[in-house]
Design a protein around this ligand. Sequence first.
Ligand code: A3P
Length: 391
Amino acid sequence: MSNLSETRGIVMLILEHTEPSSCLHWIAVSQGRYEQAEEGCVMEGDGLSQQQWLRQRLLLASLALGSLLLLVASVGTLDRLQLICPIKVRMPPAGVSWETPLHTFQHKHTHRLKLHRTNSTRQKLLLIKQLPRAIIIGVRKGGTRALLEMLSLHPDVVKASQEVHFFDNDQNYARGIDWYREKMPFSFPHQITIEKSPAYFITEEVPERIFKMNSSIKLLVIVREPTTRAVSDYTQVLEGKERKNKMYDKFEELVIDSNTSQVNTKYKAVRTSIYTKYLEHWLKFFPVEQFHVVDGDRLIIDPLPELKLVEHFLNLPSWISQYNLYFNATRGFFCLRYNFIFNKCLAGSKGRIHPGVDPSVKEKLQRFFHPFNQKFYQITGRTFNWPRGFQ
Ligand code: A3P
């Protein structure tokens, strides 16, 4: 009658439901020894039955509820959970008629799914790991995470959750393309895998390496007003130092060379904001049509139009809607709604409060970036008017 599970070192509760009586056995398995607590077992019709039977039902119900909550919680932490086959937007492959809706979910632990197409045809579609067909190459603190997460709302997009750093890290690159592919999530063949590693944009070797992998890959660059981006970059590093109880210079001390009183171009946060310098290097390998520039400042305040432009650039059917994005006043940012159950905001490390910057330093920086910005608009064909109202 009892199922005994021998798991050393683990304490388990095994509940067993038997007929005709509702009998609950509590068996504690500890260090290989079994102990049976009989008081949990109630036979129908005995003196105690009514109350204890009720208690058991309650216990069973709460266990079921607990399991359900656990399931919901674990599913909620998945990178995404949504119907991946929105029939209305997906074209069937040539020569195949899809008559039956494909009620299937993507699950990051699922290795293969069977899809029933018609009564007569039963075919299997395998989930596979695909190399990215689009990469968010940067820019650091431009809103790369928000862009990746928001794009992954689209059923035809699958994202690599972690930054892979394959092309910018020599050690990783030496591991080869199969290692890289292995880092990708499972996807269906028609889906686009996207990864983001913001360091790609500023690392010299990366364009050539990506070109060798796929010369027609689509490249996404998300930028913010250069001075704001530099402050954001500084804030991230500052927070890291503070976490380790380390001292760090003030922003003003880092961005201005104390000897010359000029902008310190040796400071990485300044250099990274000279977008045109890096873009010109990328253009030695890829034509400008393979790049799409996302306005990171607009993605913060009004993400949908930016996402629609990206959908178009990636030749994706229009899918992401205002329903998928809602403003969370507590966070002060837009958050993501996958469906009526699942939604999420980005982690607290996104959207830090920036330290105040001396206005004269800020203006010096803005003047410094101005000519580079002009060139950037010229190359990309997208004008941002950074900073707003600046002459
Ligand atoms: P701040 O922390 O300076 O505000 P990245 O992901 O490239 O590191 O970029 C981080 C920036 O993304 C944040 O910079 C934040 O402003 C921006 N961002 C854009 N949309 C966001 C969103 N919906 N939630 C949180 N941060 C968002």
